[in-house]
Design a protein around this ligand. Sequence first.
Ligand code: GLU
Length: 303
Amino acid sequence: MDYARILAEIAEEVRPLVGQGRTADYIPPLADVPRDRFGMVLRTVGNEAYSVGHAQERFSIQSIAKVFSLTLATRLEGDAVWERVSREPSGTAFNSLVQLEVERGIPRNPFLNAGALVVLDMVLSHQREGEDLVLDFVRRAGANPAVGYDPVVAAAERATGHRNRALAHFLKSFGNLRNDPDRVLDAYFLLCSIAMSCSELASAFQYLATGGLAADGEEVATARQVKRVNAVMLTCGVYDEAGDYAYRVGLPAKSGVGGGVVAVMPGRFVTAVWSPCLSEKGNSLAGTMALELLTTKTALSVF
Ligand code: GLU
């Protein structure tokens, strides 16, 4: 497969879409990201990497990081994770409070903000003073100790995160947080602020294409855990657009409001794409088109 040529074609074909749509403006630093950015990396399970555009530029990965915390929680808690969070698409906004009231504090899935808060609460129950289990996991998964938080984005999350604060206290009222809500929120705001490039993301997600082996060969998840996480990405990973993604792209994927999307072709490759302007549903407009073109041109998808 000539991935280098395919990526070059994709970059050319999505060009008219780059800059269309809106950047996420409810977190101020995200609104200021240059609108003309487009980067894409494809990394095979054989460790070959192909890239195009702004593939080495770091951006705010936002909700993409929820995949790391979910994987870690399934390692720490096993199937008990699913006693406190469901795994169904929600059909509601990622930060909605309504469903949580009706469903008595059990978030519909781990990629909604409420679900991610519960997942982080599980992780924090295993974390000792001075440790940062999630960041440690991200660094191990990508064999990349340089990955870290963006303090400007983290501060903006803290300053504007009123709805997330409401969700955390709401969860606590249902007994579905064990830790102090402020401790969980602090971990959540940091989680959303992780900055990575497409290149770094593709490496860090490698374990989802290899049955659990990280970029340097370390086992960071079991094959069973990988199967589960990919399944939840396919059904719940792209906000309220999972059906359209399955139809157009046909790969498990996770997006974030920073305009990044990571998609996995198990046994073959991981791809990470970034372009900051979003569709109405909150997914990168050019990024989604790039993924659709990739699976069309390669004739590779999980279907
Ligand atoms: N920090 C964002 C929030 O909590 C995450 C949004 C996202 O990427 O889905 O609202």
